[in-house]
Design a protein around this ligand. Structure first.
Ligand code: ADP
Ligand code: MG
Length: 238
């Protein structure tokens, strides 16, 4: 569970070719970071994988099955949004439980899953609070909790920490890395921040103008940048 393959995936908006053609394999359990300057197509690529945008052409496979035409809800992936998208009038418990309730799960099973997620995320003492009574970092964790309970094949993060201050961002980076080590689920993480990419990724995908410039581990990219763009972006001596 959690292998994602893109084959010649293209995306145009009108006559603007935002993703000219991307081939990429993400292995089960990998922490993959899409990094590149603002406007290079990171969010678009993530939204194509999530099914929030239709491909112009090409194939997206999830766990060996063609998912190109599947709606987001049928892909088995969970997107964690930067804006949290929590329901302000609902408790943390109800926010996390929401997707399970929608799926018609019985209350005892819901409670068990919500409490399990709360434990992993250090939210046990906060389940009866509302989002407005939480810090930014805690809210981000609730949003992640709502993804965890669905047991997705992969988590998709689009710049999840950009609303947080620098100190909190460092903490949350560690928390998400730890979460990945605990869950061992595929994670795709979008950021324009090289430090996040270098510290969090198993595999970094460097994008420029919708093209993949290089794919590799942080060390590979640092030591052997494929070109001047990657070297400049990663900050390797060259
Ligand atoms: P990033 O996330 O790397 O900052 P995006 O994927 O958001 O980049 O955007 C890549 C390019 O595609 C940008 O030039 C952006 O203006 C364009 N774009 C994104 N979404 C749309 C859309 N719905 N319609 C037209 N252009 C879009
Ligand atoms: Mg973006």
């Amino acid at each position: 569970m959690g292998k994602i393959v893109l084959k010649k995936v293209r995306k145009s908006f009108g006559d603007v070719h935002v993703i000219p053609s991307v081939d990429l394999t993400i292995e089960n359990g990998e922490f993959v970071v899409f990094v590149g300057p603002s406007g290079c197509g990171k969010s678009t690529l993530l939204r194509l994988i999530a099914g929030l945008e239709d491909t112009s052409s090409g194939i997206i496979e999830i766990d060996g099955k063609d998912a190109t035409a599947l709606p987001p809800a049928k892909r088995g992936l969970a997107m964690v949004f930067q804006s949290y998208a929590l329901y302000p009038h609902m408790s943390v418990r109800k926010n996390i439980a929401f997707p399970l309730k929608m799926a018609g799960m019985d209350q005892a099973a819901i409670d068990k899953k919500v409490e399990g997620a709360a434990k992993v995320l250090n939210l046990t003492g906060y389940l009866e609070r509302r989002p407005g009574q939480l810090s930014g970092g805690q809210r981000q964790r609730v949003a992640i909790g709502r993804a965890i309970v669905r047991e997705p094949a992969a988590f998709l993060f689009d710049e999840p920490l950009s609303n947080l201050d620098a100190a909190l961002r460092g903490n949350m980076r560690l928390e998400i890395t730890e979460l990945h080590q605990n869950l061992k689920t595929t994670m795709i993480y979008v950021t324009h921040d090289q430090v996040e990419a270098m510290t969090m990724a198993d595999k970094i995908v460097v994008l420029q103008a919708g093209n993949i410039e290089q794919v590799g581990s942080p060390l590979e990219l640092y030591n052997h940048p494929a070109n001047v763009f990657v070297a400049g972006f990663i900050g390797s001596p060259r």
